[in-house]
Design a protein around this ligand. Sequence first.
Ligand SMILES: Nc1nc2c(ncn2[C@@H]2O[C@H](COP(=O)(O)OP(=O)(O)OP(=O)(O)O)[C@@H](O)[C@H]2O)c(=O)[nH]1
Ligand SMILES: [Mg+2]
Length: 420
Amino acid sequence: MKTILVAAELKRKHPQGDGGSSLDELWRLAETAGLEPVKKVSVRLNMWSPATLVGSGKVEELKALAKETGAGAVIFDEELSPAQARNLEKELGLTVADRARLIIEIFALRARTREGKLQAQLARFSYALGRIAGKGGSMDQQRGMIGGRGSGEKKIEYERRALRVKITELQKEIDAIRRERSTQRGKRDSLPMPQVSIVGYTNAGKSTLLNRLTGGKHAIYADDKLFATLDPSTKRVRFASGGWALFTDTVGFIQKLPHDLIAAFRATLEEISYSDLILHVHDLSSPEGKLQHEAVKATLDELGATGIPVINVFNKADAVKDPSVSAWVPDRLRPMMVSALNGKGVDKLLAACENALARRWGEYELLVPTGSGLLKEIYACCMVKKAEYGEEGVTLNFKATPENYARLAKKAGAAGRGEN
Ligand SMILES: Nc1nc2c(ncn2[C@@H]2O[C@H](COP(=O)(O)OP(=O)(O)OP(=O)(O)O)[C@@H](O)[C@H]2O)c(=O)[nH]1
Ligand SMILES: [Mg+2]
C-alpha cells in the first residue's frame, strides 16, 4: 500500500531540526512492514493540535497529497493518542498509524519461533488495549455519553474485556516457555563457558559479526533490513588461546522502541542481564551513530543490564566514507573499530573479549582427592586446561567463575580431610 510518512516537531523544541533522519528511518521501517512509502512530510508546529496532532491546514494538505500520490495510508513518527488516530482516519479517509504500531506490526510479521510469535502478539494486544482504554475522550466514549450510557460505551467495554482475556492467555503461554528456559539457563550456568551478549541498534551488523566470529559455520540470517533478527541464537566461539565462549545474537534496538514491545519481549531480552560480557555493536558509517548509541544504552538500562562489562565495537569501518560521521567516538574507544564484512579488526576484538572475560573467569589450580567424585562436577562447569594424576588425587588447572571455584574448593578441601 502506498504510504505517506509524516514527522512533526515543535519549533520551540527544535529550532533548527528538519526531522529528516527520523523520517529516513521511518521510511525503512515502512518498507520492512511491506508498505510502499511514497512521500516524506516534515511539519514544524507552534503547538500540537489535541484533535489531530497537526493543524487543520496540514490535514487538508495531506488529503490532497494522498489523492495526488494514490496513497492509502499515513504514518506518523510521533505517538498518536487514540482520539487523534480516529479523528485523522475520519478526516483523511485513510488508514492512519504511528511509529509504535508500525514497529509492533513488523515484529509480528518477522517473529519465527513460537515464543517470538507469542511475544509479538502480546505486544499487539497490549498496544490495542492501551488504545481503547486510553483516556482523553475518544470519539466512541463521547458518543456514548451523549446517548446516555449508549452502545458505544458497551462495545468498548466488551472489546476491552476480550483483549484482557487474550492477554492473560498469551502471558500464561509465554510464562510456561519462560519457565522451561530458566531451567535451561540453570543448565547453562553450569556449562564451562562464559556467556557473551551481542547487542546494538538494528542493522548495526550484529548477526554478521557473530557469523564472522564463528568462521561462517552454521550461518545465521543477516540482511540489510531492520529487525532481520527477532529470535535469539547462541553460538560457540573459539578464542586464540583455545578457550571457548557462548555468544548470543539478539533482536536489535531502535529509537522509541515501543514500551509494549519491551514489556512483551522482556523474557528474551532479560537474558542479556545474565551474561558475563556485553558487546555493544555500532554502525560506524551511520550519521546517526551517537543517537543510536544513546538509544541502545537507554534500553539496556531499562532492562536492568547494568554492572556488566561492555565492549563498544564500531562495525562497518570499511563503509565509512565521511570520517566526520564518526567524530563522536571518544579516542579511547577507537581501537575497537572492525569490519564484520571483511574481517578486519575481528581478531583484536576476540582478544579483547578474552581479556575481559579473564577478569571474571579466573585461572585456578585445585588438588582433587581420589574418590571424591568431584571430577565430573568440575568438568561440567569449568574450563579444564590440564589434569595431572598423582598419588593423592588429580591436580587440575582450570578456568572458572570465582563462585564456582569457591564452591568446588570447599568440597575438595572437605573431601581431602575425609569429611566427604
Ligand atoms: N559494509 C559493511 N556492511 C556490513 C558490515 N557488517 C554488516 N554489514 C551489513 O549490514 C547489514 C545488516 O547486517 P546484520 O548483521 O543483519 O545486522 P543486525 O545488527 O544483525 O541487524 P538486525 O538483526 O536487523 O537488528 C547487512 O546487509 C550486512 O551485510 C560491515 O562490517 N561492513
Ligand atoms: Mg541480526
